[in-house]
Design a binder for this molecule. Sequence first.
Ligand code: 13P
Length: 292
Amino acid sequence: MLADLKEVLVKARSEKIAIAAFNVPNLEMVRAAISAAEQLNLPVILQHAEGHDSLIPLEEIGPIMLQYAKQSKVPVVVHLDHGKSFAAIVRAMKLGFTSVMIDASDLPFEENIARTKEIVKIAHSLGVSVEAELGHVFTSSLGGGEGRVPDDNEIGNIDIYTDPAQAKQFVAATGVDCLAIAFGTVHGIYLNEPKLDLNRVEEVYKEVGIPLVMHGGSGVSAADYQRAIDKGIAKINYYTYANKAGGAKTKDFLTEASQEYFLEDCVIAATEAVKADYLDAMQAFSRNKKNL
Ligand code: 13P
């Protein structure tokens, strides 16, 4: 069933688990995500990043995401990820998405507040939840569809991590339902093992008291997921490594196949690999859940 982001995340916090938020820019990933969530009987977030409009436009994948959400046995949030433009955010709400992200994290603090506040006012009047970002989660130079690759002088600079006092001011001023924070994760492929500032998560959570969001979630160790969840993370955005698992499986499949090659067989093999990756991720995010 179609679910509300705020409700799902508040419940996740009370259970000390995080909800997987999978970017699904094709039908196969939608089906793999729903199938994994139903197998584990867990809520899931299907999300479309505005930056993935180049893979498939919001108006094409959005109705598919909503249809699968509505017919699912588990709660499914349909969310716009990294909404940069006002138009994309409004279009997602018009389609029936139950939550949107306004990403103005590259703008100065006061402008980020102003743009986020404007979206919260519209979204909340329609019963739509809002995620915003403070601090900036960069993109690895090996790709990832969201955020941007840092300049040389920004690499390793922890000043771009979310400041707890600013976060308190930001949440009070905007009324957002959850907050994406920067604490060492990056979108895309990790070039080195991620070193997360988990104290930062705890400090921010203490100040804001609303569910926090980890971006660049795929490629992080199971132990770090658990530590981050213990400190306030309730939504984990996950894309690149599932996408990579599907690609790797297709390559193996084509190497192994001895006779004719059919697209439908590649699609089935890739979907199974993505689902297996999703199952591992969801289990790692829900270790505190009984009877999983
Ligand atoms: P990854 O692609 O690094 O898993 O990040 C996904 C994400 O943060 C989407 O917003």
